[in-house]
Design a protein around this ligand. Structure first.
Ligand SMILES: Cc1cc2nc3c(=O)[nH]c(=O)nc-3n(C[C@H](O)[C@H](O)[C@H](O)COP(=O)(O)O)c2cc1C
Length: 537
C-alpha cells in the first residue's frame, strides 16, 4: 500500500489514534525537540506541530516511532510481512532446482511495480521558488539539543548520481542550515553520497547536482535510510515495499528526478572544489554530541512544495528514540538478505541501546569449529554491518530477542580468554570510543557451545529445562494451587522496573534487560581487554 504524501499518512495516523495535533505555538529552537524527546522516551504518539514559530508549515515528528506506525509507514499491518515477502523472493523453496525457479517466476509480477516511473507533473512542484526567492527560514527546521551547531534537517532523502555511471543514490544524511540558501551536507565518508562527491572532486567537476526530497510516502524516507548496496536503487526498493511504482518528476533547476509526491524538494548542488563548511556539533544517534567537522556546502537553487506540505523531522539522541523503529525494520527486512550470505544465521537482534552498530546479537546453527569467528569476519566485510563493534554469537536454541536469555546463556558459556577475538577495522564515523576517528577495535564474543575440536575436553552441560510432560501436568493443576499471578515477579526485578519476560519481541522497549545485557558484555569485554594487555610482552 502506498501513501500520497505526508498529509495522507497523517490522516491515517489520526484515524488510528496514533497522532496528536499540537495547536499551541511551539519554538523550533529546542522546544519541539524537548517535547518530542519526552514523548519518544515514553513510547508515545506521532506529533503534528501545527504552529511552529517562524513557519507556516506543520512539522511531523515521531511518525515512525512505534512498531505499528513503522509498519503503517511501510503499508502493512506488521513489517514482518515485508520480511517474509523478501525471504520468499530470495529463498524460493528450500528444495532448489526447477520448482524453485518456477516459484521465483510466479513472483515476477510482484516486482513489476518496483522500477520508478517518470511523469510530467507532480504535487511536489505546485509552489516553486528559485534563486533569491529561496528561503530555508520558511521551513520549521529544528534545533534539537542545546549545544547543537544550529538547526538541522533530520529526515532528508538526498539524491545524487554517480558522476561516472549516472546511477542514482538516495541517502538520509542530515543537513545543518548555514543560511537562507545553504546547508552543510553530512554524508559520512563510508556512504554513497560521499563517494559521489569524492569522484566528482577527482574529475575536477565544479558541480555535483543534489536534490533533497522531504516527506512524500514515508516508505521513501525509510528507503533512504536502508543499507542497500551501492548501485541498488532505493526507489526500486520503495516501489517493491509499497507495491506501487514511485513516480518521479524532473527538477526545475537541476537535471535530477524527485518523487512527484514529495512534500518539499530542495534542488541545488555541491561544488566539490569549494572549501568545506564547519558542521556540528550535533546531538547524535549515539546519545552524545558529534563534534564539529568539515562537510560540503549544499547550495540551494530552488525550493518546491505541495499545497498541503507537511515538514517531516526526527530527533536523535540517547536511546530509545524514533529511529529505533527505522533500525528495527531494517533488522527484520535485511535478515533474509543476510541469510543469503550466511545461511547458518537463525535470528539477529540489534538492541536499540546499541545505536545500530554497537551491539549485534546473532544466533547460528553452528556447523564447524570457529564458526562464530567466521561469521563475525563475514559481517565485518558486509555493507554497513562492517561497523558492528561487538558481535555476540550464540547457538540457535537461544532467543536473541530475549535479552535476559542472551545475557544468561552467553555469559554462562564464556571463557573470556578463549572466546573474545579482537580485530581492528573501519568503524562508524560517529563513534567516539576509539582513539581516533574512522577505525578502531571490534570484538566477536563467541557464546556458542564449544566442541572437542575447539579444545573443550570436558562434557558440555545442557541448560536445565522442565520436561514437556511435567509442564503439562503442572499447567493442569495450576488453577488449584492458589498462587496469585500478581505475586509472580522474577528474581532481581521489581514490578515497576519490568521483568525479562516483559521484554516485547524484538526488544526495543526492553530497556532494563538490554542495559543489563549490554553492561554485562561490556564488563566482560573490559576484563578480557585488561587480561590481554597484561599478557602482552
Ligand atoms: C534519522 C537518520 C539520520 C541519519 N543521518 C545520517 C547522516 O547525517 N549521515 C550519514 O552518513 N548517515 C546518516 N544516516 C544513516 C544513513 O541514512 C544510512 O546509512 C543509509 O543507508 C545511507 O545510504 P547510502 O548507503 O546510500 O549512503 C541516518 C539515518 C537515520 C535513520
Amino acid at each position: 500500500m502506498a501513501w500520497d504524501g505526508m498529509d495522507a499518512f497523517v490522516r491515517a495516523l489520526e484515524a488510528r489514534a496514533e497522532l496528536v495535533r499540537i495547536r499551541r505555538r511551539v519554538d523550533a529552537d529546542l522546544e519541539v525537540a524537548a517535547i518530542a524527546d519526552r514523548v519518544m522516551k515514553a513510547g508515545g504518539p506521532a506529533l503534528l506541530f501545527e504552529d511552529v514559530s517562524g513557519s507556516r508549515f506543520p512539522c511531523l515528528v515521531n511518525a515512525f516511532g512505534s512498531r505499528s506506525r513503522m509498519s503503517l509507514a511501510l503499508g502493512v499491518a506488521d513489517f514482518e510481512e515485508h520480511a517474509r515477502a523478501i525471504a520468499d523472493l530470495v529463498h524460493p523453496g528450500a528444495s532448489g532446482g526447477s520448482s524453485a525457479i518456477l516459484q521465483l517466476a510466479r513472483k515476477l509480477p510482484e516486482l513489476a511495480h518496483a522500477p520508478p516511473r517518470s511523469v510530467a507533473t507532480g504535487p511536489c512542484q505546485i509552489h516553486v521558488r528559485t534563486g533569491d526567492d529561496v528561503d530555508l527560514d520558511a521551513l520549521p527546521i529544528l534545533t534539537c539539543w542545546p549545544a547543537d551547531g544550529g538547526p538541522f534537517i533530520t529526515l532528508p532523502q538526498v539524491i545524487t548520481r554517480d558522476p561516472d555511471s549516472g546511477v542514482r543514490n538516495v541517502g538520509c544524511y542530515r543537513m545543518q542550515k548555514l543560511d537562507r540558501r545553504t546547508t552543510a551536507m553530512h554524508w559520512q565518508v563510508h556512504k554513497t553520497g560521499a563517494r559521489h562527491f569524492r569522484r566528482a572532486k577527482e574529475m575536477g567537476l565544479r558541480r555535483l547536482e543534489v536534490a533533497v526530497a522531504l516527506g512524500g510516502d514515508p516508505a521513501l524516507t525509510y528507503a533512504a535510510t536502508a543499507p542497500l548496496p551501492d548501485g541498488i536503487d532505493e526507489w526500486m526498493f520503495a516501489g517493491f515495499l509499497r507495491k506501487r511504482a514511485v513516480t518521479t518528476v524532473k527538477c526545475k533547476t537541476v537535471s535530477l528526478e524527485v518523487p512527484a509526491d514529495a512534500d518539499f524538494v530542495l534542488e541545488g548542488y555541491v561544488d566539490p572544489q569549494e572549501d568545506l563548511a564547519i558542521e556540528g556539533p550535533f546531538g547524535d544517534h549515539t546519545g552524545y554530541y558529534t563534534p564539529r567537522d568539515l562537510f560540503p556546502r549544499f547550495h540551494v537553487t530552488a525550493v518546491t512544495h505541495r499545497s498541503e506540505a507537511v515538514y517531516p523531522a526526527t530527533l536523535v539522541g540517547p536511546p530509545p528514540m524514533e529511529d529505533a523503529w527505522l533500525g528495527k525494520a531494517t533488522e527484520r527486512l535485511f535478515l533474509p538478505l543476510l541469510r543469503l550470505l550466511f545461511p547458518e544465521v537463525v535470528d539477529m537482534n540489534l538492541p536499540v541501546e546499541g545505536a545500530f552498530h554497537n551491539l549485534v546479537l546473532i544466533s547460528i546453527k553452528k556447523q564447524y569449529p570457529q564458526h562464530a569467528s567466521r561469521l563475525a569476519h563475514g559481517l565485518w566485510g558486509s555493507g554497513q554491518m562492517t561497523f558492528s563493534k561487538v558481535i555476540c554469537v550464540v547457538d540457535d536454541d537461544v532467543d536473541v530477542q530475549n535479552l535476559g536469555e542472551v545475557a544468561w546463556r552467553l555469559l554462562a558459556n564464556l571463557d573470556p580468554k578463549r572466546d573474545f577475538s579482537f580485530v581492528d577495522g573501519p568503524i562508524d564515523q560517529l563513534d567516539h570510543g576509539a582513539n581516533q576517528a574512522l577505525w578502531g577495535g571490534k570484538v566477536c564474543v563467541d557464546g556458542t557451545r564449544k566442541w572437542r575440536e575447539e579444545g573443550y575436553t570436558r562434557e558440555w552441560p545442557e541448560p536445565c529445562r522442565m520436561s514437556a510432560e511435567v509442564r503439562a501436568r503442572v499447567d493442569a493443576m495450576w488453577p488449584e494451587l492458589g498462587i496469585p499471578e500478581g505475586l509472580l515477579v522474577a528474581p532481581g526485578a521489581t514490578r515497576e522496573r519490568g521483568r525479562a519476560s516483559d521484554v516485547p519481541a524484538h526488544g526495543v522497549q526492553g530497556a532494563l534487560s538490554a542495559t543489563v545485557a549490554v553492561e554485562a558484555v561490556a564488563r566482560v569485554a573490559q576484563a578480557a581487554r585488561e587480561w590481554l594487555a597484561r599478557g602482552r610482552p
